[in-house]
Design a protein around this ligand. Structure first.
Ligand code: HAM
Length: 416
């Protein structure tokens, strides 16, 4: 029987892993610059967390969760997104009593039963940041700058930040009533999805990709015209600050996001290099989420970004992710005694942090040289019968083919 990986998943092979390491190291570097601390939560949670946190009318909860009953009959869901689990951990561990402000990040896999296509997987890796405890507009800006810095360090600068405000819950409900009032005359012309959403989640009709829906919503009332003075002033401050900092933004009334917890600012990083799944990352504020999950009211803002999509755009831009790690020196052994000695010397060098490799297939001298060449090592160290007797090996520099005799106990020094 031939086994294949499940649909929508991927293998990351050794030839590509350095790219993932590169992006991960950029994320760790940049989050440290911005003073964010990492948080790790379980791969699965009780299903109810996502029903309540993300919203039962969302695509994620309604269609995309990997949910099953475990052996004790509890309903378990593989994490489809990072915000609800981080909020759960924040509350469960009373983090607010340690400090009034938390800047957290995560880098982990997410599971969504979606239709796979370029840049869309059923298991993807996401890094996200969340700032909890402050409703300052600077926190919205700080998160956008954090993501931007990560993208820039991965050679990505051709993106824009679509941004919108969906206001406070009461402003939003009043707006949705106006939107529905406008849409009800066109209800028959809307797509089936949007007709359904008219009843369950009318705001999402605005971000429908269906051309007919879009031409109807083009002249729908705009939420930014229906915000209260405070929300509007807050949004203007975010826009002004981002403009001052030369972030490429575009206000987009369609950006309502697909998760229910958002309030005020919503944003998405979009890149033309991604095709139809054009979101490099997205997020927004969620000032009501923590209270909704049973905590004391506490403001929050965050974003998430798919690593696969960062890699797609970086590669399209011809970005070089540095080289895969390779050994410095390859030991070539001409007989069993030499092989034994090689093992001993290699152990000493590795303790001194010198990366080494040797032949594990009992190959001929020529084949070992070929292997060393293929690995791209800087040196080979050749050990034969004479060398073992004298305690001296032949160190060959592969770039100019020069060869010198180096005593076993001077090898580390010569390689340094
Ligand atoms: P999201 O927009 O659903 O937001 O996902 C964030 C990002 O994850 C997307 O912009 C995309 O880059 C990536 N992504 C999502 N689904 C897939 C997929 N199936 N395949 C590949 N990449 C994908 C959230 O998840 C929110 N929790 C973000 C957030 C954090 N909001 C506030 N805090």
């Amino acid at each position: 029987m031939n086994f294949r990986k499940p649909k929508g998943t991927k293998d990351i092979l050794p030839k590509d892993i350095h790219k993932w390491h590169y992006v991960e190291s950029v994320i760790r570097e940049v989050t440290a610059l911005f003073n964010f601390s990492e948080v790790r939560t379980p791969t699965f949670e009780y299903t109810e967390l996502f029903n309540r946190g993300v919203g039962s009318e969302t695509d994620i909860v309604g269609k995309e969760m990997y949910t099953f009953l475990d052996k004790s009959g509890d309903s378990i869901t593989l994490r489809p997104e990072g915000t609800a689990p981080v909020m759960r951990a924040f509350l469960e561990n009373s983090m607010l009593s340690d400090s009034p402000l938390h800047k957290l990040y995560y880098f982990t896999n997410m599971f969504r039963y979606e239709r796979p296509q370029a840049g869309r997987y059923r298991e993807h890796t996401q890094f996200g940041g969340e700032i909890l405890g402050s409703d300052s507009f600077y926190t919205d800006v700080e998160l956008i700058l954090l993501a931007k810095e990560v993208y820039n360090r991965c050679g990505i600068s051709n993106f824009k930040v679509k941004i919108n405000s969906i206001g406070k819950p009461d402003e939003r409900s009043a707006y949705i009533a106006k939107l529905k009032d406008y849409l009800k005359d066109n209800l028959n012309d809307l797509s089936e999805d949007s007709k359904r959403r008219f009843e369950t989640n009318a705001l999402r009709i605005l971000d429908s990709k269906n051309p007919g829906d879009r031409s109807i919503t083009d002249s729908a009332p705009k939420i930014l015209d229906h915000l209260g003075a405070e929300s509007k002033a807050r949004f203007d401050k975010v826009i002004n600050e981002l403009t001052k900092l030369s972030v490429n933004i575009e206000v987009d009334f369609r950006l309502v996001r697909g998760l229910d917890y958002y309030t005020d600012t919503t944003f998405e990083f979009v890149s033309e290099d991604l095709g139809s799944q054009d979101a490099l990352g997205g997020g927004g504020r969620y000032d009501g989420l923590i209270a909704q999950l049973g905590g004391k009211s506490c403001p929050g803002v965050g974003f998430g970004s798919g690593i696969e999509r960062i890699l797609i755009v970086a590669e399209k831009n011809g970005f070089t992710f540095g080289e895969a790690a390779k050994p410095l020196v390859y030991f070539i052994s001409l007989n069993d005694a030499a092989r034994d000695k090689a093992f001993e010397l290699i152990a000493q060098l590795r303790r001194k942090n010198i990366p080494c490799e040797t032949d594990l297939l009992n190959r001929s001298f020529k084949a070992q040289m070929r292997d060393a060449n293929k690995l791209g090592v800087k040196y080979v160290y050749i050990l034969g019968e004479d060398e073992i007797k004298k305690g001296i090996g032949q160190l060959k520099n592969m770039s100019d083919s020069s060869q010198t005799e180096v005593e076993f106990n001077k090898l580390a020094e010569s390689l340094a």
